[in-house]
Design a protein around this ligand. Structure first.
Ligand SMILES: *Cc1c(COP(=O)(O)O)cnc(C)c1O
Length: 398
């Protein structure tokens, strides 16, 4: 007995919070933590953002759930707005990242089905990927630790080395339907695909009539300083999944597609009870009000640079703790020399929250609304933690 009625699926920290205020989380006894985890890139506008609170409470007084049997005006509006700022013409709303990916995978398979090539159902993915925890998305992610013990792996996913366009090309067969990737891997360790690889993969998809699917569940919605991470390149996908930040903390996901890619998703072939519900749509629209405000994304990019510069200086001073800095905008990874969990713990003692990732990386995912003063404070805390863990220069300086 673990002393809890809950599944033991999470190794939780012995830490609970009572409320949040912007970039801060506060415990019941008023201890304040600077939240650079953001619910894993979810609370993109921080905690308790007044515009989001107002949108949710206003909608809560009107209508919570109606089902997709009826028109949902907020859904239509959010879909149109997402299409307007992206490559997409069509949007399907879900409740989570994994569901958005499932919709994307099904959309790609149906595209070939309705185009007379039903044998095309396989999808090429990349090492280090994370696409969610459903049976299909664990197969897509290809990570043994998530697949093991859950019966036969869902068929239809072929994984190749990270950022390797030549390997992807070799993996294409007459059964290939699509190529799926995160432009910047999150769980995999804040690793970005090179522009050259993305361009090559786009060309391969065009050449072979494959669909290019981007998983922007973590890197999308302004996190990198552009609305989508792929907008740092000229490459556009045919299908993309977003979720995490889209609801600012309210569960919502979306699958975006071009008109052509969405051609097979006709009435009745896919659906969801909760997806696109009025509450989620009200909050999603409110998130876009803020993120699409003139200058907001430039601010994210600017604050990202400030944070990165400060971190580079700390890495220079404590190379035995931090080996390098990765990422774009406010999606930052610290490649650790010490175990990443050790740095995470040291930061937590300094009252700064972070999230571990693969490849011994520690992620910093502050709210996009973080202030420059809060970034400077975070840098002070990171320096103090690094100094604590450092055996060399840091110890001598103390
Ligand atoms: C979190 C995440 C998912 C899964 O999202 P859930 O909401 O947990 O289902 C999928 N892809 C990426 C890149 C993610 O970061």
């Amino acid at each position: 007995m673990s002393g809890s009625a809950l599944f033991d699926t999470y190794a939780r920290m012995p830490l609970a919070f009572e409320r949040g205020e912007g970039s801060w989380l506060v415990t019941a006894d008023e201890v304040r933590y600077l939240d650079f985890a953001g619910g894993i890139a979810v609370n993109a506008l921080g905690h308790g953002h007044p515009h989001l609170v107002a949108a949710l409470t206003e909608q809560a007084g009107k209508l919570w759930h109606i089902s997709n049997l009826y028109e949902i005006p907020g859904q239509k509006r959010l879909g149109e707005r997402l299409a307007q700022v992206s490559f997409a013409d069509r949007v399907f709303f879900a409740n989570s990242g994994a569901e958005a990916l499932e919709a994307g995978i099904k959309t790609a398979r149906r595209y070939h089905h309705v185009n007379g090539r039903p044998e095309r159902y396989r999808i090429i993915t990349f090492e280090g990927a994370f696409h969610g925890r459903t049976l299909a998305t664990i197969a897509a992610g290809g990570q043994k630790k998530y697949i093991e013990g859950f019966g036969p792996k869902v068929d239809g996913f072929d994984q190749v080395a990270f950022d390797d366009a030549a390997a992807a090309e070799r993996a294409i067969t007459p059964e290939t339907a699509a190529i799926l990737l995160e432009p910047i891997q999150g769980e995999g360790g804040v690793r970005g695909f090179s522009h050259a690889t993305l361009k090559r993969l786009r060309a391969l998809c065009d050449e072979h009539d494959l669909l290019l699917i981007f998983d922007e569940v973590q890197c999308g919605l302004g996190r990198t300083g552009r609305f989508f991470a792929h907008q740092w390149t000229e490459v556009t996908p045919d299908i993309a999944a977003v979720a995490k930040a889209l609801g600012g903390g309210f569960p919502v996901g979306a699958c975006l597609a071009t008109e052509e890619a969405a051609a097979g998703m006709t009435a009745g072939v896919h659906g969801t009870t909760f997806g696109g519900n009025p509450l989620a749509m009200a909050v999603g629209n409110a998130v876009l009000d803020v993120v699409l405000e003139e200058g907001f994304l430039d601010q994210v990019a600017h604050k990202g640079l400030l944070l990165k510069q400060g971190l580079a200086a700390i890495a220079d001073d404590f190379p035995d703790v931090i080996e390098g800095i990765r990422g774009e905008g406010l999606m930052i990874g610290l490649r650790c020399k010490v175990p990443n969990a050790m740095l995470q713990q040291a930061l937590r003692e300094e009252k700064l929250l972070s999230v571990p990732a693969g490849d011994n990386v520690l992620r910093l995912l502050p709210p996009l609304t973080v202030s420059e003063d809060e970034i400077r404070l975070a840098l002070e805390r990171i320096r103090a933690a690094a100094q604590d863990l450092s055996l060399g220069a840091g110890a001598a300086a103390r």
